[in-house]
Design a protein around this ligand. Sequence first.
Ligand SMILES: CC(=O)N[C@H]1[C@@H](OP(=O)(O)OP(=O)(O)OC[C@H]2O[C@@H](n3ccc(=O)[nH]c3=O)[C@H](O)[C@@H]2O)O[C@H](CO)[C@@H](O)[C@@H]1O
Length: 432
Amino acid sequence: MLHNQTDLTSIPVQVPVVLPSEPAASPPCSIEASVLHVINGEYFSGAERVQSHLGRCLPNFGIAADFVCVKPGKFPQVMAEQNLQWGRCHLAPMKSRFDLRAVFRIRDLVQAYGYELLHAHTPRTAMVASAASRLTGVPWVYHVHSPAARDSVHQWSNRINSWMERASLLSCSHLITVSESLRLDCIAKGASEDKVTVVHNGVPSIRPERIHHPVVGGRWVFGMVALMRPRKGLEVVLDALSILRGEGLDVVLRCIGPFETAEYETEINEQIDRLKLRRYVERVGFTDDVPGELARVDALVLPSLFGEGLPMVVLEAMAAAVPVIATRVEGTPEAVTDGVEGLLAEPRDAVSLAKKIRSLVTGEYDWTSMAEAAHQRQTQSFSDLSMAWGTAEVYRKLIDSPDMDRGHNRLGDARLTHVSQQDSFVAAGYRD
Ligand SMILES: CC(=O)N[C@H]1[C@@H](OP(=O)(O)OP(=O)(O)OC[C@H]2O[C@@H](n3ccc(=O)[nH]c3=O)[C@H](O)[C@@H]2O)O[C@H](CO)[C@@H](O)[C@@H]1O
């Protein structure tokens, strides 16, 4: 599916899906097909939220979704702990990037449970799904959450991931990208236009009761929600906070989320002390209650430096009717229009960020209108259901394509005895 470089200006833009009616009101459809999501499963962060929302919502559109984790960790733990209406979670731990036993385990699962599609989410799982697809004849979809070549600050890891991703894409049946910017990125890398579809990320419309309402001249509470690591740009917010407090504006920051490393936490603590901001920065750490935290803040600030797809925290804040002050990186401007649902600053630029924050706290923009616009845009175009609907449409086109022989994998449960069930479990409340 790779071809030579394309002129991106000639490619029509794919805009967010707006569902014609509220699908939540309709009863779940009967199940027409089942998909196995091949995931890392190590954490429960942005990509895993997408996966879990899909697992929960796809049955509304006739698709049963199960999971297999190649780096089992937080994801299967959350699935086991919470009373979630998801499907099965299988485990296929890989000892290294090149441990191919997972491929055979997935082949056995496909044959045993009759999965008609594989759906991978990371360069590692793309490699595994690609090989399992070759063994089983089942097509596979690759979900691009962020640009592999700019995915971390580690150049070698970026190169290996990029290489693995490119090699796997040769056999991929279809690509789903979480933003239009990533779709263009994939096409620029050589993916053919008709095999890439944008399915914007989506979240449930959770709008908590507000604890605080900001007023011009009063205190403004900004919240940054993330796994704190250098790429998220916490340093830039601290510099912006220092500029604004120096001007006499009463702005404070709640840092919501854990630090990836102790070294980074130490660096941030030193910066806070250097800027004399200790009284104005509250460290919340990891929370299970992000909506509760969003109810306390007047705006979300997400100053990512590079390499985002479409951050879930941006959409979660919009759902909670919290304006978003973010940077113009990758997919974020597709959800937030500068001056409407929030404000967009230039990345790595504390002066630009301070300017945007200043314009909100001094009343240049009406906070209430911005909060309402954010909530409305999320419910219309970035809901968990619109994301599941868009994903189901991609599956349906693949399953209905003349190339797909639906009979080949209809053995289903008849062959269950051939696969070890020791490493699989079913979430409580499973639809069977
Ligand atoms: C580096 C990377 O690969 N980033 C990708 C990752 O986002 P990444 O995981 O970096 O960040 P996101 O904002 O998407 O997700 C973080 C998630 O963790 C939750 N949270 C955070 C802090 C806390 O204390 N408690 C808590 O529950 C947030 O509510 C949110 O649901 O997946 C996104 C979803 O496709 C992509 O758009 C991003 O490009």
